[in-house]
Design a protein. Structure first.
Length: 304
């Protein structure tokens, strides 16, 4: 497969001018991102890398990081985790509160904000220094010790994170948050403020394309069963109320973030990350979705 030729075709065909939508602004610091940014990076199982555009530039990964915190919580909690959060698509917006009341505070899945906040509660409850252990985990699976939080993004979300603070308080009132609210939302804001490039994200997500082993060191970080479950959740829940559309058009397990990033994996073939900050109404990168649709159309393969 000539991935560089395919990426060059995507780069030539697509541009930020092709899509409508807007850069996220409810987190004020995100509103400063240049909407013209566009980069893509494919990391193949044979250790080859292919890319174009702004693929080495750091950006805020936002909800993409929920895959990392979920991985850590699954290792710690095992089957007990699924008493706290379900594994079903929500069909609602990523920040919806509506289903919590009639589901007794148990979120539909770990990728909507409510679910990710339960995962945050678990890590704050179980770990001595959850922020540092998150960094250690992400640096290890990326094999890159330069990865860090963006403090401006952390602070910006902390200043305006009323909806997430409401979600944690509501779930605490319903008995599904064990820790104090402050450290839980603080960890969550740090999680979402991880700054990574398309290349670093593709390197990190090779773990999920490689049955839980780090390519190169072959260290088994997650079990194949854990990876199967995470990939299935990315497939069914990774794009919230647009998960069906992503499966229909792209056909890979993936995860989006309001910083404009999308990652996806083709098991045992490649991991791919794309960044274009212009978001559609569901909070997913419009151009990123188009680019990944072209990738699986031009390669002719998806998981289906
Ligand atoms: O909690 C929030 O609203 C953001 N920190 C993350 C939301 C997000 O990335 C949704 N994914 N498209």
């Amino acid at each position: 497969m000539d991935y560089q030729k395919i990426l060059n075709t995507i780069d030539e065909e697509l541009s930020y001018r092709d899509v409508s939508g807007k850069v996220a602004s409810y987190i004020p610091e995100l509103a400063k991102i240049d909407p013209r940014k566009f980069g893509m990076h494919v990391f193949c199982g044979d250790n080859q890398h292919f890319s174009f555009g702004d693929s080495d530039e750091l950006f805020s990964v936002q909800s993409i990081a929920k895959v990392f915190s979920l991985s850590m919580a699954m290792r710690i909690m095992g089957e007990d985790l699924w008493d706290r959060v379900d594994v079903e698509p929500s069909g609602d917006a990523f920040n919806s509160l509506s289903q919590l009341e009639y589901e007794n505070g148990i979120p539909r899945n770990p990728f909507i904000n409510a679910g990710a906040l339960i995962i945050a509660d678990i890590l704050v409850d179980q770990l001595e220094n959850p922020e540092q252990e998150l960094l250690d985990f992400v640096r290890k699976i990326t094999q890159d010790n330069s990865i860090n939080f963006d403090p401006k993004i952390t602070a910006s979300e902390k200043e305006t994170g009323y909806r997430n603070i409401a979600l944690v308080n509501y779930m605490k009132a319903l008995g599904n948050i064990k820790c104090d609210v402050e450290p839980v939302v603080d960890f969550y804001f740090h999680l979402c403020s991880l700054a990574m490039s398309c290349k670093q994200l593709a390197q990190a997500f090779m773990l999920y394309a490689n049955k839980g082993k780090i390519l190169g060191t072959e260290e088994q970080v997650l079990t194949p069963v854990t990876v199967k479950r995470i990939n299935s959740l990315m497939q069914t829940c990774g794009f919230y109320d647009e998960a069906g559309e992503f499966s229909f058009e792209v056909g890979l397990p993936g995860k989006s973030g309001v910083g404009g990033g999308i990652v996806a994996i083709h098991p045992e073939q490649y991991s791919v990350a794309v960044w274009s900050p212009i978001l559609n109404e569901q909070g997913n990168s419009s151009l990123g979705m188009k680019a990944l649709k072209r990738l699986t159309s031009l390669t002719g393969v998806s998981v289906f």
